[in-house]
Design a protein around this ligand. Sequence first.
Ligand code: HEC
Ligand code: HEC
Length: 569
Amino acid sequence: MTFPTKSRRSFFSAACCSTALPLALLLVLSLVPAGCGSGAAPAPEVEKDATPAEQNLGERIFIDTRFAEYFFANNSGINSPLATGDPVVAQVQNVYSGPMPGPFAGQSINCRSCHFVVEFQGVPNAGNRTYADFTNRSPIPLTMNGFDHTPRNAMQMVGSLATPGATFLHFDGEFVDPADLVKTTMTGRNFGWSPAQYATAIAHIANVIRQDNGDNVPSQTYTDGYSYAAVFAGTGLPAQDTIAAKYRINVTTASDDDVVNAVAAVVAAYAEGLQFKQDEYGRYIGSPYDAFLRMNHLPVQPNAGESLAAYNQRLYGLVSKLSNPIYVTPANGSFKYHSQPYQFGATELQGLLIFLKAAVNPTDGSQHAGNCAACHQAPYFTDFSFHATGVAQEEYDSVHGSGAFAQLAVPDLATRNANYDAYLPVTNQHPNASETFRRAATSSNPGYADLGLWNIYLNPDIPNPQNALQSLICALAANCAADQGLATTIAQFKTPILRDLEDSAPYFHNGSKLQFGDVINFYIDTSALARAGQLRNGDPALRNMSIDDSDVAALVAFLQSLTEDYDDA
Ligand code: HEC
Ligand code: HEC
């Protein structure tokens, strides 16, 4: 079965067939084991796509390796290659297979170093990605405040920015505005900048944009080798390179801060454009699951005015009544980048039913009701909200003993406000904060834990997401007045999208689960803890989950049926 789909050229594969590549890029490509080798037949020229120019510009900046502190400190000219690259990008960590050669070796860190796409196509245990890396926590350029890795697993980015409703970003909801995320990331720890260097970071980024001569364009696809100044000016260029008026800026006369804001806006536009395969009406079509819904004339999305929860209930009703399901088989499609057959059969169907079903009277794990859709609502497989499912508790207790997380002292709002540095994350205003509750658990410091959303909610240094968070939390919290709901955010994390999970492993905010089966076993355990009242701040939906070992295979098959061939770069 074929569906119409908009396709874009991918960065590395398109670059392979381009003739006028800068030397620096050829060096990069020679390190990429991606089927670009000398023996490969020349790929056919691909038509220029219709991606808006500002998104192509955003992608070019996403890949550009010159914005990091390491480049600032070590360059001999904005347009010259580094003599020695930052060791952090020499290798890419992979929890499944061990380190792999880094596609950006010899350079310094960029967004793409933690959010890969097609760079590892064809590499066993790697393959295409949905903008995630391969490790539980990503190495960062310089040790800062005791961090030499990100506190969390790098998130996949596809489909999670262009969402209906508020777009909470990062596992803890630190951002609601993608441009805010981009600016903070490019000037922050992930790019090697310390809080004290904020002004230097802004000046350096503006400097790269102003002085760029266009030679660093990673591929002809992206704004045709014009300098950043010319592309941001937005006039006198071919139509495909002309960015929309609202993104244009004269980088020569604009302030450094305005240049960086313009950079953030186009990278945000790029990130917001990343989507799983959709038809022209914005309906998902890429996975065997999507094919199954269509072939059985099941509704693929809510009706106008229907809530996601109501749609999921209706879908459950219809699926459970299917008397003669038409299964998806390899005759209906195939995967280019995955080894399993393209299929949605009886086992996947059983998994879908478990996924959608809520237990009526949960007592033990025997009702084959996953209640997964209480939080992972189709068609996005997220509710765009936050929940405590026990991932932080499991990590903490695995280090400090069972029951330890329940005993961990967490301050109330007044105590927290009175001593920012003792409790909350590092910001430019609080460069020496301990960040004690946004850290991995470790035996050397029982004060370290990851309390997720708690770090952000009502944090005076992080004003931007507060309105959206407050509406969400006060709509859900039983008593938002007392402590303003802060206690309800302990150990809550953003519900991730479940599409094409194979391309963003490992799983959870701490990357602690390597396989789907590990995730399901976690839920069997955590829902039992929730029923026993032993899950700190445990989400009520977990008590309505009633699954046992006999449900694992079907749920795993169902998660696998959400796989698709994502290769949009
Ligand atoms: C050193 C690794 C690293 C680098 C470099 C990096 N990221 Fe991330 N990214 C992460 C991690 C880790 C997370 C999850 C953060 C969290 O939840 O605390 C993340 C989360 C995100 C998210 C949130 C996705 C979601 O669904 O909420 C977006 C968007 C994103 N990054 C974009 C970018 C952009 C744009 C850049 C470049 C300016 C970038 N990242 C650079 C590691 C990195
Ligand atoms: C109470 C809400 C809730 C329920 C119910 C729930 N989940 Fe989750 N799920 C989450 C949240 C929140 C996370 C992120 C947790 C973290 O990283 O700390 C998550 C993470 C995941 C992940 C990892 C995704 C990734 O990209 O890392 C998978 C897979 C998953 N859930 C599958 C399921 C399945 C299958 C079920 C039903 C058996 C289920 N979930 C039930 C809220 C829920």
